[in-house]
Design a protein around this ligand. Structure first.
Ligand code: HEM
Length: 136
């Protein structure tokens, strides 16, 4: 049962990854910056809906397994809050721009930062799961 919950959690993490990559490509789909901003607004709802689903699925596994709070769980909660804030700041910055070039540059910068944070967390979880010694 717990393994199944963690499986759903890690599947949602992979989908979240895909959504971030799609978010990075959105500004390339149109030359009209107003249209890009409209598309980014839809992306924001989808992104925040999914990252909340990731966090909720993790919380359910955490509570269900009566796990003790450790560094790994704290790191995932911090990543969840950090990336949610980062993506919101990105959108607020993009709203100020009318120039497509600035929108593309801002979008790529913030999205690559979000992606690298999630990659770092996934590498940590892989090393943790592979190593006999728990890292947290
Ligand atoms: C964006 C945020 C998050 C990411 C990217 C993330 C990522 C991951 C990854 C990659 C794993 C390993 C999955 C596996 O072993 O196949 C994992 C496991 C887990 N996550 Fe998260 N997680 C996030 C948020 C959370 C939150 C908010 C909680 C809840 C408190 C949570 C609780 C758990 C638990 C209980 C496990 C299984 C036990 C463990 O391996 O420590 N996660 N998470």
């Amino acid at each position: 049962m717990f393994e199944e919950m963690v499986l759903y959690h890690s599947i949602l993490v992979k989908i979240l990854f895909g959504i971030l990559v799609v978010g990075m490509l959105i500004p390339f789909l149109s030359s009209d910056s107003n249209k890009i901003i409209k598309q980014m607004r839809i992306y924001m709802f989808v992104f925040h809906g999914f990252i909340t689903a990731v966090a909720f699925s993790g919380l359910v596994a955490f509570v269900f397994a009566k796990m003790c709070f450790d560094l790994s769980i704290l790191a995932m909660i911090v990543v969840y809050i950090f990336i949610s804030i980062l993506e919101s700041l990105k959108y607020l910055k993009i709203l100020k721009y009318n120039d497509k070039g600035k929108i593309v540059a801002t979008n790529i910068k913030y999205t690559l930062l979000s992606i690298s944070v999630i990659v770092a967390l996934i590498i940590w979880k892989i090393v943790e799961n592979k190593s006999a010694i728990s890292l947290s």
